[in-house]
Design a protein around this ligand. Sequence first.
Ligand SMILES: Cc1ncc(COP(=O)(O)O)c(C=O)c1O
Length: 380
Amino acid sequence: MPSLAPHIASVPASGIRRIFEMATTLDDVAMLVVGEPDVPVARHIGDAARRAWSEDRTNYTPNGGIAPLREALVAKLARENDVHVDLEQVWVTIGASQGLHQAMGLLLAAGDEVLVPDPGYTTFTMNARMLDAVPVPYTLSSEAGFVPDVAELDGLVGERTRAIIVNSPSNPLGVVYSEDVLQGLLDFAARHDLWVISDEVYEYFTYGPRHISMAALDRDDRVFSVFSLSKTYAMTGVRVGYLVTPKGLADTMRTVQEAAISCVAEPDQFAALAAIVGDHQSVADARDHYRSNGELAMRLLDAKGIRYLEPNGAFYLWVDVSHASRGDVATWCERLLLTSRVAVAPGSAFGRSGEGWIRVTLAATPETLERGIAALPSPV
Ligand SMILES: Cc1ncc(COP(=O)(O)O)c(C=O)c1O
């Protein structure tokens, strides 16, 4: 058999998938491991998809997406994000996943470096490796309040550094960055002439602080913004997101979208259109559900004396189990699953700084959360 491209072996496997797959072979597991909304998709979204199918809207569309969807996204970006762009800056993608891959593919040549949050969403690193680029982790530590340390970032920039990935609200931390933090990151990027990829897939789930889009603060066209409908509208399996690019890239984007995917499935685009322009009550309900789950989980953890990071956004709780995990939280999570039938994500799956922590998803029933947290050992 001929060999694969050598760099493919460097793409790390996901430590979350491992627990998830083990969990699916067992019965009666409290599933607190994946980032999957546990609320139903709103009726009008499914109706729009069904209508598109029954009207035979099953064709290629323009590479960037159907015009009414792109128009609706332009209006949403102006209204909700204070991001003012034209239609040709908005590209409908197969989830945020493809938007991220596309943005990174535009910016990174083999051997280039990209700064990625640690702990951070796993595919930032995986995508960099797939492109034969080098992910350089920057630390989000509990000592620094889980925000990036610009002095550390300055020290990480080298000859080959091309971009920084920023994720707020953050997976796995649930941290939402303030305008000052985001502005500091933009100033840092400008100082070193770096691109910024801003992953904002949890934009609708904040509990207190307002979500701020980096592109709203961008003065010199260096921000690519990655959005998704997956989490907001509980439609992870429909696979629609969008990439918002700086000005002047329309011809390039058209070409690379054509090569990568041609376009997103047409019925899915109609579902996305209905989601964006339709009633948002289900989004508000989902936010309340995650918030109330978060409050419950924090009460339970307080009662057990277990340390955690209070989330301001997303739907995860970052919990310190270093008193029990003995320097190997991945193995500890496997043991927890086998002995207690509780599946949580090991923090180390999100980077080296996640050692000793676990990510508990709040997208679950209160009963499942109670069961999961009951199985966590208190510090002695
Ligand atoms: C931070 C972050 N970005 C991107 C994604 C991918 O989302 P999508 O379903 O839109 O591809 C996820 C999914 O978990 C995520 O947590």
